[in-house]
Design a binder for this molecule. Structure first.
Ligand SMILES: C[S@@+](CC[C@H](N)C(=O)[O-])C[C@H]1O[C@@H](n2cnc3c(N)ncnc32)[C@H](O)[C@@H]1O
Length: 655
């Protein structure tokens, strides 16, 4: 049996575990013997006082902040007006401070995200919302978002008030980037938009977090061709995107597929299976290679012009073709005899300028192009992003300042993602990344899923957004996805209806396009015992024992909190089963079963066994409240029944 505590994934403990795995001798009673570690690492330890390093005021504290587990949780907001298509969607929209949210996602999404795109505040003065309160982030977050009374803790940081603006920005970014890296798959990539205010600091902090050798490139995007007239010396018309991978990637790992029109131009031939290809001469066209130095590549390929057939044998009516140049020079093929024999069907013979030539078919499939480091396409301009939102919200006014171009984010996703990856944006703003993901899925029949994280930052009361009824940016972000999803689906429907049967085979059916999202909101833990600062008096402790949850929280809130603690994907299905008025929640088709009711008896265990069997689950876990059992005998009976259904000792879990 195991007992759950309120902490999320403990990053420090995980690091110690990893070190101990490598060097068991440095762990003494759970603590690391640093001197011993230094001895093991020998000459590779750099402990000189003066060395190349990047540091700033508060870095140590920011590092600690990224390591302390969160005591908060994410509460589902299933209702209409918040989530869309709750039961069918694989997408997540999370409202809350991204530091806490990233911590909460550590277990469920560790090593699962293929692509992160972020467009953090550029630190242009007053553009980031509040300082992380090292002591209690959830409380601080609630004050800032107006959820509890406070003494006006909206500590807007800008250069007028604070001489520490670079430091503050770094303290904000450093822990978030560290946490974000954990979520990337080993072959995952992060893209970060930034301008000149912090690009130098971003580069250095990313070099530290991701490793210099994982720096892929710094793209310059032409974002505003007219330039910023308010600038002092030059009218800036560009910004940057920094790209880092989690581990070193092979050459070409960030290429994109060529566009159809380009493919048609470059691959003019079409075979009987409708595949595009081009012909490349099989003869080696480098003058320095020939029969004289590559004798094994000089041999005849026989051809029957009447029936357009090739052979490696000299048959009747077949003519020999040699790799001979027009001037008589005896050249050579690029393939050896064995390859020609095996791949004869990929060769073609044509008569060119009076002589027979052998060609190999080079297919367009997987044809990729390498991107250049300057993005100057007008589709990527910022005003394109603005136009998309104005159209969606049917307004001439700016509902959101500087949304990114959807085409730009689509292009970035395409450089690294296949068709079925998780895309994360934890500075989501107006949700351009969600919009890009939906469009891409509609275009290439993909099934990418997104996770958007956005602080419910209040909109200015004088802003157009506020006047239009959007009190915070999360409201704008969610509404944008609702509208964008419907629009993309309508367009896809029209395209589908006009497509031929053959074309439809390659297309996404409009009903299969996921335009929904599940909304979760950051909050303190639902379980009183896991909330810090309690039991100030006896009565409080008694009340806690009687009502285990924070007032206003539901069993479903607790179920999702437990899913996070157990490291389960928040989009897993959650089904409810009723046994004598007690609810069993079955998560991921019986993978995890939770019953938080009182007076639990064997009937609950029997139902759980039934669910497990109906879903053919080999392994499963069961969670109950300790107080859910009236007697120890009930608990033992439930446990025994589940054990005979195959439940492992440590998978019987109590709160
Ligand atoms: C530059 S905007 C992103 C714009 C976005 N790329 C778009 O196209 O709409 C940065 C966003 O990050 C949000 N933000 C700032 N600090 C945050 C935090 N600690 N947690 C979550 N979101 C935050 C801001 O509210 C703002 O909406």
């Amino acid at each position: 049996m195991s007992k759950l505590n309120g902490e999320t994934f403990n990053i420090e403990a995980n690091n110690i575990e990893k070190l101990t795995e490598l060097f068991p001798e440095i762990n003494t009673d759970g603590k690391i013997d640093f001197d011993k570690l230094k001895q093991i690492l020998g000459n590779y330890v750099d402990d000189a006082d003066e060395r190349y390093k990047f540091t700033w005021n508060g870095k140590g504290e920011a590092l600690r902040l990224s390591q302390t587990p969160s005591m908060g949780t994410l509460r589902p907001a299933k209702e209409e007006g918040e989530s869309k298509n709750w039961d069918d969607t694989q997408n997540l929209y999370i409202e809350g401070d991204n530091l806490e949210v990233l911590k909460l996602l550590q277990k469920s999404y560790f090593n699962k995200v293929k692509m992160i795109y972020i467009d953090p505040p550029y630190n242009t003065g007053g553009d980031f919302v509040y300082k992380d309160n090292f002591k209690d982030n959830i409380q601080n977050y609630k004050k800032v978002t107006g959820q509890v009374d406070g003494e006006g803790n909206a500590t807007t940081t800008n250069r007028e008030y604070s001489g520490r603006y670079h430091t503050d920005w770094l303290n904000m970014m450093y822990p978030r980037l560290r946490l974000a890296r954990n979520l990337l798959t080993d072959d995952g990539v992060i893209f970060i938009s930034i301008d000149d205010n912090e690009s130098h600091n971003l580069k250095r902090v990313c070099d530290e977090v991701f490793g210099e050798s994982n720096f892929i490139t710094q793209i310059t995007t032409l974002c505003n061709p007219r330039g910023r007239s308010q600038d002092k010396y030059f009218a800036t018309n560009h910004e940057y995107i920094f790209i880092y991978s989690k581990t070193e990637l092979p050459k070409g790992a960030l290429s994109v597929l060529k566009e159809e029109s380009q493919i048609q131009k470059e691959y003019p031939e079409v075979d009987n299976q409708n595949r595009r290809y081009r012909l490349i001469e099989l003869r080696n066209t480098h003058i320095e290679f020939g029969k004289h130095n590559r004798p094994n590549l000089f041999f005849p390929i026989y051809y029957d012009p009447e029936f357009n057939k090739m052979s490696m044998e000299n048959k009747k009516d077949y003519i020999p073709i040699y790799p001979i140049w027009n001037d008589g020079f005896e050249g050579c093929w690029t393939w050896d005899r064995e390859k020609v024999v095996n791949d004869l069907e990929h060769l073609e013979v044509r008569m060119v300028s009076g002589s027979w030539k052998v060609y190999r078919k080079n297919y367009a499939e997987g044809s990729v192009k390498m991107l250049k480091t300057i993005f100057a396409d007008n589709l990527y301009y910022t005003d394109k992003g603005q136009k998309v939102i104005s159209e969606l919200f049917d307004t001439r006014f700016k509902i959101f300042e500087s949304p990114k171009s959807v085409s730009l984010i689509k292009q970035l996703i395409q450089t690294r993602c296949g068709k079925n990856d998780i895309i994360l944006d934890f500075f989501a703003g107006s949700s351009s990344s969600a919009h890009a993901t939906i469009e891409l899925n509609a275009e290439d029949n993909g099934n990418h899923k997104y996770i958007m994280v956005q602080l419910p930052e209040e909109t200015d009361k004088k802003s157009e957004a506020y006047k239009a009824g959007y009190e915070n940016i999360a409201e704008i972000g969610k509404e944008r996805i609702r509208r964008a999803g419907e629009k993309v689906k309508d367009e896809l429907k029209e395209k589908y209806e006009n497509a031929s049967n053959e074309e439809r085979k390659e297309m996404k059916h409009p009903d299969d396009l996921d335009i929904g999202f599940k909304v979760f909101k950051l909050d303190s833990s639902n379980i009183k015992a896991w909330n810090p600062g309690k039991y100030e008096n006896i009565q409080g402790a008694i009340d806690d024992a009687l009502t285990p949850y924070v007032p206003g929280r539901t069993e479903e809130d607790v179920v999702y909190e437990l899913m996070l603690k157990m490291g389960l994907d928040l989009t897993y299905s959650v089904e409810e089963f009723d046994v004598n008025d007690k609810v069993i929640y079955s998560i991921g088709y019986g993978f995890l079963m939770i019953c938080l009711a009182d007076e639990i008896d064997v009937s609950v265990a029997e139902k759980m066994t039934e669910i497990k069997e109906a879903n053919d689950q080999q392994e499963f876990r069961a969670i109950f409240r300790d107080e859910g059992f009236i007697t120890d005998t009930d608990k033992t009976n439930v446990k025994e029944t589940l054990r005979s259904a195959g439940l492992a000792e440590e998978s019987f879990i109590t709160l």
